[in-house]
Design a binder for this molecule. Sequence first.
Ligand code: HEC
Ligand code: HEC
Ligand code: HEC
Ligand code: HEC
Length: 235
Amino acid sequence: MTKKKRSIQIDKNNFFIRKIYFHKYFILVYYLICTKIIPKGKGGDILKKTAAVLISIMFLMTLLIAVNADAAATYIGAKKCKACHMKQYKSWEATTMAKSFENLKAGVKAAEKKKAGLEDKDYTTDPKCLKCHTTGYGKGGFVSMEKTPDLAGVQCEGCHGPGGDFHQIMKKNKEFPLAEAKAAGLIIPSEDEKGCMTCHGGDSPFIEKVDAKYKFDFKERLKKTHEHFPLKNKH
Ligand code: HEC
Ligand code: HEC
Ligand code: HEC
Ligand code: HEC
């Protein structure tokens, strides 16, 4: 692809847009009051005009957010986490997960692919492989190397959940209650073996049956995700 498709991008995390979207019903009530109830007296025209402007904004936002539901990803990518979690990032970067996308290229790990019943060809656009070798594929995250290069490989959000909302909570208050971050989507991986198994089991070509080295021992694997550092605050 050489031509880039033009599309309207709405940042769902933008404060102003969220406020308007959140208050859409209040705006609707305000509109009804301004146009139906008050206009009997004086000043009705100005009120009608402001109400019309507000209602137009409201409809536009609702429409744009609905249309862009997929484009407005809540996955933010490891680079954003890195800004506040440098130590975990450095340690994760050294694991095979960080470079997991490379394995989909032709010529890489040809012997391992053959053993698992795969061919030695380019798999970098195969949706079957992408769902496990990228971050958030099919869930508003990774789309393609052209569009979302920062979400290639198995990143932080593959284990900790999409960070669009929970990183805002971390940013606002270093002592955030853990329950609040969890409610905003944060996953504590040791509580989510099922989450690991969506990639380490199921239809993965690289399971214990193919080679004992692919066995997934949850407790052992938890230790090898990245190095852990004590938190400074209580959560
Ligand atoms: C989105 C899919 C996905 C999820 C979810 C996932 N993994 Fe993985 N993981 C992979 C892939 C793919 C690799 C292999 C990387 C490679 O070689 O391409 C891997 C590799 C690993 C490794 C080896 C790292 C190394 O360098 O030795 C560990 C440890 C691991 N995963 C632990 C976990 C744990 C624990 C969970 C759950 C909390 C988990 N993974 C969830 C896809 C996933
Ligand atoms: C259901 C998830 C899943 C799917 C689908 C999947 N993989 Fe993986 N893949 C994994 C996991 C997990 C590992 C790491 C296994 C481990 O180290 O225990 C892995 C490892 C690999 C490896 C490295 C093996 C090694 O010994 O170093 C290659 C190469 C690879 N996958 C290629 C592919 C290709 C190509 C496809 C698509 C045809 C694909 N995978 C589909 C989850 C998946
Ligand atoms: C393969 C899964 C996995 C991936 C990928 C992953 N983590 Fe973790 N993370 C864990 C586990 C396991 C813990 C330990 C907490 C628990 O689950 O009880 C943890 C804990 C943390 C903690 C708490 C402090 C600490 O050091 O234990 C932070 C902060 C963190 N991760 C940030 C990150 C960041 C940033 C990335 C990406 C650069 C990342 N994680 C990628 C599994 C993962
Ligand atoms: C603006 C800074 C910032 C960003 C960006 C950020 N975090 Fe955090 N995060 C924090 C702070 C501050 C803490 C609390 C650290 C402490 O108490 O020592 C924290 C704590 C955590 C914890 C530990 C939660 C607990 O109580 O067990 C995890 C896991 C975590 N972050 C993951 C992530 C991931 C994954 C990303 C990226 C999607 C991310 N963070 C982005 C600031 C941030």
